[in-house]
Design a protein around this ligand. Structure first.
Ligand code: SF4
Length: 701
């Protein structure tokens, strides 16, 4: 593809992958557009990981979809024109709705969709389809942290401060994040932390490349992060390190929380977690001796059936020590997906309306309905969460429109999910490539991707940024917004679904005005001029920029928390075992995660030569002692079996993992699919599945 103007200077844009949303420039190269560094962008300051560096390859991949596909009479997907394909989608959705009702039609979105697409998809579900059955794969990403954030602070923004603050604090506890593999450019902030005399504590069952850089590595059993946090807080109390003034002035609920904390005495916590008491004491000393400190969590503690309570336990630690709502201190969540933050704010989540409003709040319904020009009573109510929606396919939900997700690889209990998808009466998928899920569709609509379209995303700091169109898409491809507009028209709505992303963003601003995630003071022009604007940014904000524009909010909660009384709320929590603990039949823990050179379900990165050569397939990481016990050598095939299925992949023997635990990356389908094994046990508050821990048997294959 050729670069759109101005081709010589290149086009400043952002990486299509993770939540860091690294800034980059696309310039013309000999074989097509090339990624070059953009040092002026403040988040990554020019640094890119291999995924970002090679991201232009996906633009010209030979496996790219360049025309719609429809299921032919012989059951194969065959090329079709756009009109026929769109007609088929509209007819498929209408047929199911007529036969089974509005809630028999579902919509499944993605955390990589731009804010504009997430907004339009949610509006399409509620206004055009009038179904309550919409959720998205971000539910599998950070939903536990989102709920815990809300209940403690009254507002959920991944980082309540800019990433740069990490470099200037005194101590960071990083819980369940392997940044060195997932977002390497962010490591610079941890290097700054250490250069400035600060310390890093990493909590992870594996000695990852991130853990190797820690001053202290705590290596708990999978699924015991909650007990670990309680044990640390117990020691904080026992050693007289509670910040009583902060607790009294800025929090509520400490008295109710304290008994549960004191029930988790250090020796008990050592038994539960496997982390020795002296290491717990050392962690408390590092955390509390620093004048400022932070806790950052990621998928490790969050992707558990008690993920919300686990995050609350870490927030409680911050609150009791006065490490929240103060400069250079606080709790935050490192979001994973490219638009993991914005994707959850604008209405593709089962229980939410744009602006992070609640779907069951009458005032929120009235505000958004007025923007949409519909009767609030016509808006459906909250629907089921992502896994529950997928589990209902082919039964209660008979038709599905899926955009920007590949649940056949990325959902828990993946083989079952694939069976449910195959049982649908009708499936339409919008995607860039023929993913494993798209291959099951009745109609596949090829859509534009990152550098072929303009749109905003919101990075893990809450910084709203602009991904500019840099290249023309291949002929035969349309944008997701164009697809939604064309489908809406076929379903009787000839207005309200513009194809111009800026027009959609302007409507999103109005819909978000006055809500928790208020974008009303943000515009494309401002984002371009300022390289991102932090929400909340109400158009009538008292604070203004030197140009007179409403100021964004890089740091939250410095004066008050976003709760009705302005105080942060402690949540009493208790340790409880994982939904599945090892048994004689399934004696080991399985935990899952990402590797450096692949991203999520691999739909894009598995098609990039350099990344594929670096990480060509799945593996099972296991400790040498376990390998000896099984009589397996490095590279030999191992069968890993859980109550849901069996996966086979080569052994990777390493002392970096606990002897009672095996690890598998989840980027691949087929025989080595880690998600064949994972447990869909759901967190009661967030409906997050328990990706991070289940019980397995491990044998030579
Ligand atoms: Fe892209 Fe994330 Fe890598 Fe940055 S860290 S280049 S956003 S994948």
């Amino acid at each position: 593809p050729a670069l759109v103007a101005p081709p010589d200077a290149g086009v400043d844009t952002h990486c299509p992958y993770c939540a860091l949303q690294c800034g980059m420039t696309l310039r013309p190269g000999s074989g097509g557009p090339e990624v070059v560094e953009r040092p002026a962008f403040p988040v990554n300051r020019g640094a890119l990981c291999g995924k970002g560096r090679t991201s232009a390859e996906v633009l010209s991949s030979a496996v790219r979809l360049t025309g719609p596909l429809v299921r032919g009479a012989d059951g194969e997907l065959v090329p079709a024109g756009w009109e026929e394909a769109l007609d088929r989608v509209a007819a498929g959705l209408l047929r199911v709705r007529a036969a089974h009702g509005r809630d028999a039609v579902g919509v499944f979105g993605g955390g990589g969709l731009t804010n504009e697409k997430a907004y339009a998809l949610g509006k399409f579900a509620r206004v055009v389809l009038r179904t309550s059955q919409i959720d998205y794969n971000g539910r599998f990403c950070m939903s536990s942290a989102a709920v815990a954030h809300q209940r403690a602070f009254g507002l959920d923004r991944g980082l309540p401060f800019p990433l740069a603050d990490i470099g200037a604090t005194g101590c960071v506890i990083l819980v369940g994040s392997n940044l060195a593999d997932t977002m390497p450019p962010a490591l610079r902030y941890f290097a700054e932390l250490k250069r400035n005399g600060g310390t890093l504590i990493v909590v992870d069952p594996r000695r990852t490349r991130t853990a190797e850089q820690a001053d202290l590595h705590l290596q708990p059993r999978p699924g015991t992060d909650l007990a670990l946090a309680l044990g640390l807080l117990h020691l904080v109390v026992a050693e007289g390190r509670v910040d009583a003034d902060f607790v009294a002035a800025r929090t509520t609920g400490w008295e109710r929380t304290l008994p549960g904390v004191m029930a988790h005495w250090p020796e008990l916590v050592e038994r539960i977690t496997g982390v020795p008491v002296p290491r717990l004491r050392r962690a408390v000393a590092l955390f509390c001796d620093a004048p400022e400190s932070m806790v950052l969590t990621a998928r490790g503690p969050e992707q558990q059936a008690k993920g919300t309570d686990t995050v609350s336990a870490w927030i409680n630690l911050c609150l009791a020590t006065g490490r929240a709502g103060r400069p250079l201190s606080g709790y935050s969540c490192l979001t994973g997906q490219g638009n993991g933050q914005g994707g959850r704010e604008h209405g593709q989540k089962a229980d939410q309306l744009p602006g992070y409003r609640k779907l069951d709040d009458p005032a929120a319904r009235a505000h958004v309905a007025a923007v949409w020009g519909v009767d609030p009573d016509d808006l459906p109510g909250p629907g089921p969460s992502a896994y529950e929606l997928l589990d209902a396919l082919g039964r209660d939900v008979r038709a599905l429109l899926l955009m920007g997700s590949n649940p056949v690889v990325s959902a828990p209990r993946a083989r079952h999910v694939a069976q449910r998808i195959a049982a649908l009466d009708f499936l339409a998928v919008c995607d860039v490539v023929l993913s494993e899920t798209a291959a099951l569709a009745d109609v596949v609509l090829p859509v534009t991707q990152w550098a072929e379209e303009t749109g905003t995303t919101t990075n893990l700091e809450g910084r709203v940024i602009l991904r500019r169109k840099a290249v023309d898409p291949p002929p035969g491809v349309r944008t997701d917004l164009e697809v939604l507009g064309a489908l809406a028209e076929r379903l009787g709505h000839d207005k309200g679904f513009p194809a111009d992303p800026e027009e959609v963003f302007d409507e999103l601003r109005r819909a978000s005005a006055g809500g928790p995630a208020d974008y009303s003071g943000i515009s494309y022009a401002r984002i371009a001029a300022e390289d991102g604007v932090f929400w909340p940014c109400p158009r009538d904000a008292a604070e203004r920029t030197p140009d007179g524009a409403p100021a964004g909010t890089p740091r939250l909660f410095l004066d008050r928390f976003a709760t009705p009384d302005g105080r942060a709320r402690f949540t009493p929590v208790q340790h409880r075992p994982a939904a599945e603990e090892p048994t004689p039949d399934f004696p080991y823990y399985l935990t899952t995660g990402r590797v450096l050179s692949q991203y999520q379900s691999g739909a894009q990165t598995r098609r990039v030569r350099e990344l594929n050569e670096a990480a060509p397939g799945p593996f099972v990481q296991l400790h040498p002692r376990l390998a000896d016990r099984l009589g397996v050598a490095d590279g030999e095939p191992l069968a890993v079996t859980s109550r849901r299925g069996r996966a086979v992949a080569p052994a990777r023997v390493s002392p970096a993992i606990r002897p009672d635990t095996v690890f598998m990356p989840f980027h691949w389908p087929g025989e080595g699919s880690a998600n064949t094994l994972t447990n869909p046990a759901l967190d009661p508050a967030s409906r997050m599945p328990e990706f991070k821990v289940c019980a397995v048997r491990v044998e030579k294959a």
